[in-house]
Write a protein that binds this ligand. Structure first.
Ligand code: 2IT
Length: 447
């Protein structure tokens, strides 16, 4: 396999699909050396097959807004790879959603799900529906219209969507209600991220953030350092940043920044329980403004419009919002301000040049597909609970999550250890995730 040749062919075949091409290139560059030691992979054309989704559904979603006006959006489900299990991955509702974005997310999901060691294939879906400024009723009607199309193609043993940007507990509730009405089946495992009491798992809401901080704690300990007293900057203020803020605070770190599309809130004294709870209200309001935190807690949160979380001096930087949110210039600013660890919690949160800058500065960098795998792992645990018609305790779920994250971390070290003793977590995660899928594809024949 020659990465440049494969990428040239893919660029010609899928022109302009920049996020997709970026995600593929990163994985292929990481695995090239190991792959080329396996002629059986080359013979079965594993790479040529894995970069193309099994199938993509594209559908029209028509709904009626609060003014009685008819609105039309596009809906998608990318069923990427089922070598390890039924398709699994979130739904993203965001105005910029397109095929390239969902292909990048679905591609990442294959390897992330593989890292969890659970039987989960990779998929992703969503819509260009923009939840910002929508009423609760509009969101419900949109979710129902989305499900009119998707319900036939999902199910616990087929494809199980969950949340992502713009899709949280409320949306999963509406989607699941519509699914049940259409499918006439109480297949709880057809969607995860459900609320507790009707199939949801305790700790699933917290899981992405908790898992990320468990991983970060290992990165910190690897260097002989500790979490207590570390200043941690989080971007975004959604579900992922919320879980990370809870766990980081619990472990004695200080959350010094949150951000939104409107700017950054600096938190000079860290975040407290009241502020953490308020993040949920900010998300539910659909306003998408981090300034609301500063308005609610004057003095405790200081808002600067138009700036990112990366201007705030910190020891640990965790992008928790969107792909490519951390650029090379942000990386340089963080490095100049003394950042010690960087962990992507959003999918592909850092631009390639930013990752290169951190690695050149010898700053440990954890990639999203390993760091944020606790979310989908706990979705996998939700499916287990659904299948056995039982709810596990919060302690049981959290213990499983912690074990899974420790295992992912260990695999990243095993496959990412460099000759000089440092750890290339990007390489480690990509190789470990890829090997399991490639071996499964090999064993299952040319299909
Ligand atoms: O990016 C992700 O891993 C998610 N949005 C969660 C997917 C899931 O199925 O829980």
């Amino acid at each position: 396999m020659k990465v440049n040749e494969i990428m040239t062919a893919l660029e010609a075949k899928h022109p302009g699909e920049n996020e997709y091409l970026q995600a593929v290139r990163e994985v292929l560059e990481s695995i090239e050396e190991v792959y080329n030691q396996h002629p059986e992979f080359e013979k079965a054309k594993i790479v040529e097959r894995i970069v193309e989704p099994d199938r993509i559904f594209t559908f029209r979603v028509t709904w009626v807004d609060r003014n009685g006006e008819v609105q039309t959006n596009l809906g998608y489900r990318v069923q990427y790879n089922a070598a390890l299990g039924a398709y699994k991955g979130g739904l993203r509702f965001h105005k910029a959603v397109n095929v390239s974005m969902l292909k990048f997310l679905g591609f990442e999901q294959i390897f992330k799900n593989s890292l969890t060691m659970l039987p989960l294939g990779g998929g992703k879906g969503g819509s260009d529906f923009d939840p910002v400024g929508k009423t609760d009723e509009e969101i419900m009607r949109f979710c129902q219209a989305f499900m009119y199309e998707l319900w036939r193609n999902i199910g616990p043993d087929q494809d199980s969507p969950a949340g992502d940007v713009g899709v949280g507990g409320r949306e999963i509730g509406y989607l699941y209600g519509a699914y049940k009405k259409l499918a006439r089946e109480h297949s709880t495992g057809a969607l995860t991220g459900k609320s507790y009491g009707w199939g949801g798992s305790l700790i699933r809401p917290e899981a992405t953030g908790f898992g990320a901080i468990y991983y970060v704690e290992r990165m910190v300990k690897q260097t002989g350092d500790k979490m207590e007293g570390k200043r941690i900057a989080l971007s975004g203020f959604g579900n992922v940043a919320w879980g990370a803020a809870i766990k980081a605070t619990e472990l004695g770190a200080k959350v010094v920044a949150l951000s939104g599309p409107d700017g950054v809130c600096e938190l000079p004294n860290g975040i407290d329980k009241e502020m953490i709870d308020y993040m949920l209200e900010m998300r539910a309001s659909n306003r998408n403004k981090v300034q609301d935190m500063a308005d609610k807690f004057p003095g405790k949160a200081v808002f600067t419009p138009g700036k990112k979380a990366w201007m705030v001096k910190c020891d640990i930087a965790c992008p928790c919002a969107f792909q490519n949110e951390l650029a090379e210039a942000d990386a340089k600013e963080l490095i100049a301000n003394g950042v010690k660890y960087v962990a992507e919690v959003s999918n592909m949160g850092c631009q390639p040049a930013a990752i290169a800058a951190f690695q050149a500065a010898k700053i440990p960098f954890g990639p999203g597909k390993a760091v944020n795998a606790g979310g989908v792992a706990t979705s996998g645990l939700e499916i287990c609970q659904n299948a056995e018609h039982r709810n596990w305790t919060a302690e049981e779920v959290d213990k499983n999550l912690h074990t899974i994250m420790n295992n992912i971390y260990d695999m990243c070290v095993q496959y990412g250890k460099q000759a000089d003793g440092t750890i290339n977590y990007v390489k480690g995660a990509n190789i470990a995730g890829f090997m399991r899928v490639a071996n499964a594809m090999l064993a299952q024949g040319i299909i």
